[in-house]
Design a protein around this ligand. Structure first.
Ligand code: ASP
Length: 358
């Protein structure tokens, strides 16, 4: 009788509740990061490539130290992203791309799988590390998303470091804008929008799982070169550029409009939850099939609560890296390199297949 009653009760419970109550299997804490999709062989000078690889390595080590100390996935994600925001080699924080008007407008978001808490900011111009502002929005405000001037007032009230807008400026990004403006003025239509987008990438992101089995995801970006009208991409949009729940976490990088239109980050985790897909299956489907079918491109980090992870991407390269609590950091840039977890596409044979091996 008792068994029957238990069975009846179990049937009445939604599957999600049962899954959440199941004791979590111990997983090895680990961290995956990206520094943006779209980089292609030949884009970087030797110095830039060395600098980018060193920054990815440092971000992984910073996050690893946090996980080693038994701290949370949230802390590891934020620490790794701060390193990448401070590096001039990525389109986030220092080194962000310029808007049409010659400004840097920064977007970031953070989400925790445990309780699905989230914080996001868009269009900030003076906050040194936008990811820490997203964290403050999540922890210290009743809201999820703040924008522009109001977000900066909040940052000031919370004592976050503010810098002069010049702090974000790098000559390379400035010249990219000048070239783009000249092309526009000369109506040089030779470059497709897609090629254009690829030249100005480098959003950063991180996803981690901690010793408690909790997931976290964060993303930070300067958006797209020559963006106008206070354009906001997917990176600060919860469900588009960033998502975390109890089973899955994602940070995206790519042509943001398409990530918003396909609710990419949430879409991936919905496939994990409802179809039982792996990180590689769900990430490959959304990033390399759905987004491509819509006309977009890019990549993502995907991690599941069982410790599975994937780097789906369909561009000639994606700055990416992995480390576990006790592992050696692994870093890759181009599609011609292989990192465990890579989910590549047939397009790589054309776009990245001829790239030099590193
Ligand atoms: N997703 C970013 C945006 O559209 C850009 C990127 O990831 O490169 O703002």
């Amino acid at each position: 009788m008792r068994t029957l009653l238990t069975a009846a009760l179990m049937l009445a419970l939604p599957a999600a509740a049962l899954a959440d109550e199941a004791p979590k299997k111990a997983v090895t804490p680990q961290l995956i990061i990206h520094g943006g999709a779209g980089v292609a062989p030949g884009d970087l000078s030797a110095e830039e490539e060395r600098g980018a690889r060193a920054a990815l390595q440092e971000a992984l080590l910073r996050g690893q130290a946090i996980l080693k100390a038994g701290k949370s996935a949230q802390e590891a994600v934020v620490a790794a992203i701060v390193v990448l925001e401070d590096s001039p080699y990525f389109n986030a924080g220092r080194g962000a791309v310029f808007t049409h008007e010659g400004r840097n407008e920064l977007d970031a978001s953070l989400m925790l799988g445990n309780g699905q808490r989230a914080g996001a900011v868009a269009g900030v111009r003076r906050v040194k590390n936008p990811i820490t502002l997203a964290q403050a929005v999540m922890e210290q405000s009743p809201h999820v998303m703040l924008t522009g001037q109001g977000a900066e007032t909040f940052a000031k009230e919370k004592g976050l470091p503010l810098v002069e807008p010049d702090w974000f400026r790098t000559e390379k990004r400035w010249q990219q804008l000048q070239r783009r403006l000249a092309e526009e003025a000369g109506k040089q239509a030779a470059r497709s929008d897609e090629a254009e987008y690829r030249r100005y990438v480098g959003t950063v992101g991180a996803v981690a799982i901690d010793a408690q089995g909790h997931l976290a995801a964060g993303t930070s970006t300067g958006g797209m070169t020559n963006k106008r009208w206070n354009r906001v991409g997917d990176s600060p949009v919860i469900g588009a550029g960033t998502w975390a729940d109890s089973r899955c976490a994602v940070s995206g990088t790519g042509w943001g409009e398409f990530y918003i239109r396909s609710a990419a980050a949430h879409n991936i985790c919905a496939r994990v939850a409802h179809r039982g897909e792996s990180a590689a299956q769900a990430g490959g489907k959304v990033i390399n099939e759905e987004i491509v079918a819509l006309g977009g491109d890019g990549g993502a980090l995907v991690m599941t609560a069982d410790g599975g992870y994937a780097f789906p991407f369909n561009t000639p390269g994606m700055y990416r890296g992995w480390v576990s609590v006790d592992g050696t950091p692994q870093v890759a840039i181009y599609a011609s390199e292989t990192l465990q977890g890579d989910v590549k596409t047939a397009a790589h044979k054309v776009a990245g297949g001829d790239a030099p091996a590193h």
